[in-house]
Ligand binder design. Structure first.
Ligand SMILES: Nc1ccn([C@@H]2O[C@H](COP(=O)(O)O)[C@@H](O)[C@H]2O)c(=O)n1
Length: 305
């Protein structure tokens, strides 16, 4: 259900943030509230802003030319770095657990242990393959992984306006960093927390570092080093970007939040998932492969002087 804007009291900023071509695919449960948050982000300006984003299927594309794009795990899984038997087992895991991950009828508690099992089994299989560090860049190059349209402007805008970007991902850190490096957007304002590979002295995968991060523990519980958010303590306005129902908790570790705008990319099974996404996010972008709406909001914030 969409709440009508009270035209007497509020300028409809959202109208300027949504290009005509995307109007039908941008939804909000409460447009008035979204207007209020955007206005309050603008008042704080770029100095008060920090961005927290998921990676797979949020910064990276979900589909390209009608075909699914790979996640950071799929990039390794589809490459020559794993045997065919291993690939089949990883795909079996994906086919079993991905629908459970996306199931909006199950609670987070119900999904939690299933996700731990998925990630742990996949890590075990990858470790058995002794994936060589040296060959990750080649696998990324050949993978067909792509960032969303207008992602370059998104990254470069944040960098030139000195706005920090925290990428909080349950994907493979080494792989997603390489995707960003090859797109030439891995700048100094970007911090990544993800599942990083651990290599032996020969550069072969022998484990994963730190606590396992999966879709439903992307919150302060896995941020062993809380220094990052302490360093950003003056930045009390948050723009959060995600694609799953686990992503809205990514800002839980932020020391103080004045305003937060949560934007969710609903990539698949739109009708079925719409209600749950409208509950979880302030703005829902349905099958939208571009960062245009996000960039317009950011430009509006940068423009304050
Ligand atoms: N073995 C696996 C485990 C997870 N995935 C998918 O990767 C996504 C991870 O990362 P985010 O950047 O979105 O946090 C996750 O949503 C899983 O669907 C996978 O492909 N293979």
């Amino acid at each position: 259900m969409q709440v009508p804007l009270n035209a007497d009291t509020m300028v409809d900023l959202v109208a300027d943030m949504v290009p005509e071509s995307l109007k039908e695919r941008v939804r909000m449960k409460n447009r008035e509230h979204v207007n209020e948050i955007i206005e309050s982000l603008r008042r704080g300006g770029k100095e008060k802003l920090q961005v927290i984003s998921d990676f797979d299927m949020t910064l990276s594309r979900f589909k390209c030319d009608g075909r699914r794009c790979p996640t950071s795990y799929n990039i390794i899984e589809n490459s020559h770095l794993v045997s065919e038997t291993c690939r089949n087992k990883l795909q079996e895991l994906f086919n079993t657990y991905c629908p459970l991950e996306k199931d909006t009828k199950k609670t987070t508690e119900e999904k939690y242990s299933l996700m731990v099992k998925w990630w742990s089994d996949a890590h075990d299989l990858l470790i058995q393959q002794k994936v060589p560090k040296q060959e990750i860049a080649g696998a990324v190059k050949e993978s067909g992984a792509k960032l969303r349209d207008e992602c370059n402007s998104f990254f470069k805008g944040l960098y030139s306006n000195e706005v920090p970007l925290f990428i909080f991902s349950a994907g493979i850190g080494d792989v997603l960093e390489e995707v960003l490096r090859q797109a030439d957007v891995l700048d100094k304002n970007v911090t990544v927390v993800a599942n990083y590979m651990d290599f032996d002295e020969k550069g072969l995968l022998m484990g994963f570092k730190g606590e396992l991060i999966h879709t439903y523990n992307k919150n302060s519980s896995v941020l062993a080093d809380t220094k990052y958010f302490q360093q950003q303590s003056e930045r009390t306005n948050i723009l959060l970007l995600g694609d799953s129902l686990g992503d809205p908790t990514m800002a839980d570790g932020v020391t103080r939040v004045d305003s937060i705008l949560k934007i969710g990319f609903l990539n698949d099974k739109v009708e079925e998932n719409r209600e749950a996404y409208l509950e979880a996010y302030d703005i829902v972008l349905e099958e939208v492969e571009t960062m245009e709406v996000v960039n317009r909001i950011l430009c509006f914030v940068y423009a304050r002087n």
